[in-house]
Design a protein around this ligand. Sequence first.
Ligand code: NDP
Length: 448
Amino acid sequence: MAKVDMKIEGMYQEVLKRNPGETEFHQAVLEVLECLGPVVVKHPEYLERKIIERICEPERQIIFRVPWQDDKGIVQINRGFRVEFNSSLGPYKGGLRFHPSVYLGIIKFLGFEQIFKNSLTGLPIGGGKGGSDFDPKGKSDDEVMRFCQSFMTELYRHLGEHTDVPAGDIGVGGREIGYMFGQYKRITNRYEPGVLTGKGLTWGGSLVRTEATGYGATFFVNEMLKARNDSFEGKKCLVSGSGNVAIYTIEKIHQLGGTCIACSDSNGVIYDEKGLDLDLIKQIKEVERRRIEDYTKKHKHAKYIANGNIWDIPCQVAMPSATQNEINGKDAATLVKNGCIAVGEGANMPTTPEGVKIFLDAKIAYGPGKAANAGGVATSALEMQQNASRDSWSFEYTEKKLEDIMINIHRNCFETAEEYGAPGNYVLGANICGFIKVANAMVAHGLI
Ligand code: NDP
């Protein structure tokens, strides 16, 4: 092992020691550190200033109690988190996740990835992430409201348009952002739209924010296909999940000439070989908040596969848009064997390290989440711009800006991979390109 690789290995061992049991965080750190050997050879100042060690340690971690009462009057206790990871490029920016699986290790993996993703957007935003082990599924609107109010009653003191600006993630959409914004306004007596993004359109939200992550991921895959003289035209696609990211990924795939034949939720898979009826999916998931199984009530020809594995269905393009580690090594091998030529990650870290290796070895077009799904946070930054100038842009104008940002991210990752001798490796391209900008800002800011 080269001397520099040994140094980086030592840094990784230290991360394992300091953050025991946080396996998702370890996985996210390792993926970045594995790419940095050639970078520190070119930039020895990063080693001298301990940039890598510093970047792996969050600037601030907040953990708090969230008490609330359910509809029966019973007291419930959840745990809230906000990890303010790195503010070198701007205020902390990153979503809030409400899901029973949330613990510190999940929030730290997401916050760590967010640093590099936000850097890749080219916009002035630092990295952070937060959430709670609260499960909004099956809760009434009133229960969700009481939880969000209690959550914000603690979190508000850490936020501010120049400090920390959360948004949505799994389990946090327009409804939750609305309740949190209301409580922030009430406590602070300030109408401060710049403190949260993903807001409703009549009270400071941006057009295209709802669509942004899914549209952006599809634009990214479109660029990867173009780089191989190909396109979405006539391609059969799989999109896992059926939440915010999945729905607008399916919409953009259809607009670009592809056909999405399957999506899922945590209970099962819907397979419709004629192409998914997106209006029906929106009605079931966005309006009625029901399970994806209901799709077959209207479309009898479609199949519902309870506990099925979506990646077993042959496709040319796969866009995981549900959750972390949803594609393992076996799934990746199945996808490649079945003729998949492109994978674009709408979700964060949806592919295990074994799966990533299979995609890279097979030399298919593989767009990792921190590059492919950066359109969501980029459009959040566009929402912040509109709030700061008290302006609101048209759908077409905002979508064009999003597309340009995704084209730029693709180009930067592509060119960085070539520069570092690994053409076509978007993992290496994204990690190095995202890292260098943050590292240079940290060097400039001195030892803080
Ligand atoms: P939503 O809560 O809107 O939707 C999540 C979807 O994924 C649901 O259909 C959910 O099904 C499904 N899902 C969750 N866990 C599993 C699982 N273990 N197996 C199968 N399906 C599962 O979240 P988003 O669409 O906002 O987020 C999806 C992913 O995209 C996450 O990884 C998130 O971090 C990432 N992301 C989101 C951004 C955004 O702007 N929203 C920005 C960048 C990345 P069920 O209802 O059954 O739980």
